[in-house]
Design a protein around this ligand. Sequence first.
Ligand code: PAF
Length: 283
Amino acid sequence: MQIITEPGPMQAAVEKLRLCRQRIGVVMTMGALHEGHLSLIREARNIAGTVILTIFVNPKQFGPDEDFHRYPRPFEQDAAHASAAGVDYLFAPSPEAMYPEGFQTTIRAGALAEGFEGARRPGHFDGVVTVVTKLLEITKPHAAVFGEKDAQQLAIIRRLVRDLNIDVEIVGAPVIREESGLAVSSRNIYLSAEQRKAAGVLYRGIRHADSELKKQRNDLAGITAEIEQMIAGEPECRPDYVCFVDDGTFMPAETAVPGRKYRLLLAAWAGSVRLIDNGLFTA
Ligand code: PAF
């Protein structure tokens, strides 16, 4: 595995690969690799001959009160995991390499970014689409694999590449869960053992939605109220939002129309850790 830290050499390597007709797959991460990231790398390996992993803790997607400075950065460990998982190139630039002095261009995410995570974290998705566009330009992949755990992010990135005619296939990979059902996330390391167990309530909420929709219930608002109560009933947890949205527009939906696809979006606090999860259903 080759480690590259500057955009120029990464672009030069990619140009050679493309000349040799190599199909390139990229997995973008902020490091602190876990089983979820490794599943994205496996997916990239399945669909591409060369896999590039990017590790960059992007300052532009963190709010002033968020955890940018204490975000875990176990680089040596990440590099070992990446190499063992069959990554060919690890692109790990510094903030200065990505945003040199004088940098001033930001891409603005549109309506899909207005609610939910976008409303809670102003500017977050502008930071995400700006860095994703830069990383796509630097790594020029044929395919880029993103986790479905960040469903709103994935929808925004799909929109980004359509809107800007970026020639890349965006591939969504399923959520990986711990035994309790908790979706794996780099921030899970901040949870106490009790909080970790309690946080499984998000997945229990998703399963509740699944069983209620299978009974042909169409009152989505009623189901979300029940899930909110389940989360509030966990001593370690506090619901932030629970909402069904139309899977195409991310607009909230209160009543299901048979045959349509809805995504249940959930966010909750376990102690000081904010967790998100989601499930996709056909009514
Ligand atoms: O999902 C993430 O880890 C980040 O938002 C991403 C896509 C790597 C951009 O910094």
